[in-house]
Design a protein around this ligand. Structure first.
Ligand SMILES: C[S@@+](CC[C@H](N)C(=O)[O-])C[C@H]1O[C@@H](n2cnc3c(N)ncnc32)[C@H](O)[C@@H]1O
Length: 406
């Protein structure tokens, strides 16, 4: 809602309706079965056995996933990036991408692009709407691009966001050169709920390390995973071996999970909940970690659109990330700055919520196949009642006419 100017639940709902156009399995029974299969594959026992996947090349499963997980994960990514931002951990990254007006992202196991929408939402809300995100998604199921495009098409305003999908198998020992290229140019590598899906697979550790070793110095990893299950230990050891240092951690586990804002009203997706026989997730219990690659940071290079940004591509733009763990030393007015930023954010949120309640109290009506406001819908229903009354009166007078004549 905040970053897109429209509720994420409505974005999800319209995205799912679009994805469903790519499958003929629309009936409640078929969808409920897909949903059950999806939920089973993410059970701890399945993940432990290395069964944490379904055939996401089938849009029916994509629709189930987007319905169930997209909104909560999108907000989780957005919220944790905000937190990292307020704690001043993203300054270096934002400085660099502001110079180029472009952020290169590589999303590992990016699925429908949840990670990218979360990052987009964050950039929009921080006033970086015009910074283009060019992304490469590495995923076993490259047909996820269907869901990504459907979600993108469902945004009211087309954002500066594009993604190319590459088939990538975490359990294969060989990492293709196109994957290495995608990682090497990334300013930000996202890894949202990917480790839990692949951790138990043979070679996953080796493949991940190989991939991350090719990231450029100064590149960041945004990691988000289930708090439980040994995922963080697994990923931390791989990231360290690939010369990343931990910058900051946020723990939003059992005690303090992320929650969808109240303005994201679940009644708006009632008919989808009936179709899937499930509720869309509203809480998220995760750990988020920000990592940064050590070494000599290269000069700011142009974006891949061929535009030249040589004005900033000189040596003075070089920065070095220390090899030891990053320690943030708060400046004297750090707390005051942070408080002011948080207050500004609260005001923005308040305003956005007010706008939202005016703009988006709509419902989806299958007969008109549109989202409509109550007053528009009320007017339409009154008109159709009036039409029906007139029709009944006309048909009555048509049948009584012959009797009068007799
Ligand atoms: C839980 S989803 C996360 C998707 C997305 N990052 C998000 O946060 O919504 C896990 C992703 O990992 C992908 N995946 C599962 N097994 C994989 C494998 N062996 N190699 C590559 N990708 C895999 C799935 O296709 C899916 O997109």
């Amino acid at each position: 809602m905040e970053g897109f100017g429209q509720p994420v639940l409505l974005l999800m709902k319209q995205g799912v309706h679009r994805i469903l156009l790519y499958t003929d399995r629309h009936d409640e029974l078929a969808m409920a079965e897909c949903m059950q299969e999806l939920v089973n594959c993410y059970k701890p026992s399945s993940l432990y056995e290395g069964d944490g996947d379904v055939d996401f090349d089938d849009p029916a499963y994509q629709a189930c996933y987007v319905f169930l997980y997209f909104p909560a994960l999108c907000y989780g990514i957005f919220d944790s990036l905000q937190q990292f931002y307020f704690d001043m951990h993203l300054n270096m990254l934002l400085e660099r991408v502001s110079l180029r007006r472009c952020l290169n992202v590589c999303a590992l196991g990016g699925g429908p692009g949840t990670d990218l929408f979360g990052v987009r939402m964050f950039l929009n809300s921080r006033g970086y709407k015009d910074i283009r995100i060019t992304a490469t998604v590495l995923d076993r199921h490259s047909s996820w691009d269907v869901a990504f495009e459907c979600l993108l098409a469902s945004l009211d305003q087309q954002p500066q966001l594009s993604a190319g999908y590459l088939h990538f198998e975490a359990s294969s020992r060989r990492v293709a050169s196109e994957h290495l290229k995608a990682i090497a140019k990334a300013d930000l590598i996202t890894c949202s709920k990917f480790v839990s899906a692949i951790k138990a697979l043979p070679n996953a550790r080796h493949t991940l390390k190989e991939l991350l070793s090719h990231a450029k110095p100064g590149a960041y990893i945004f990691y988000l995973e289930n708090s439980k299950g040994g995922n963080t230990e697994f990923f931390s050891s791989v990231a360290r071996q690939a010369n990343f240092v931990e910058v900051a951690t946020i723990d939003r586990g059992e005690e303090n999970p992320y929650q969808l804002p109240r303005a994201e009203q679940s009644w708006q997706i009632k008919e989808l909940s009936q179709l899937f026989n499930f509720s869309s997730q509203r809480n998220l219990r995760v750990k988020c970690i920000l990592w940064r690659k050590t070494g000599q940071i290269p000069a700011v290079s142009p974006c891949s659109d061929g535009r030249s940004y040589t004005r900033f591509g000189h040596d003075s733009a070089r920065q070095t990330v220390p090899d030891h763990h990053a320690i943030t030393i708060p400046s004297a007015n750090y707390q005051a700055q942070r408080k002011a930023r948080l207050e500004a954010l609260r005001q923005q949120q308040l305003q956005a919520h007010r706008q939202l309640s005016n703009q988006y109290i709509t419902g989806y009506y299958p007969d008109t196949q549109r989202y409509q406001r109550p007053e528009e819908r009320g007017r339409q229903e009154a008109e159709s009642r009036q039409r029906r009354r007139t029709e009944v009166q006309q048909s009555r007078s048509a049948t009584t006419c012959p009797c009068i004549l007799l």
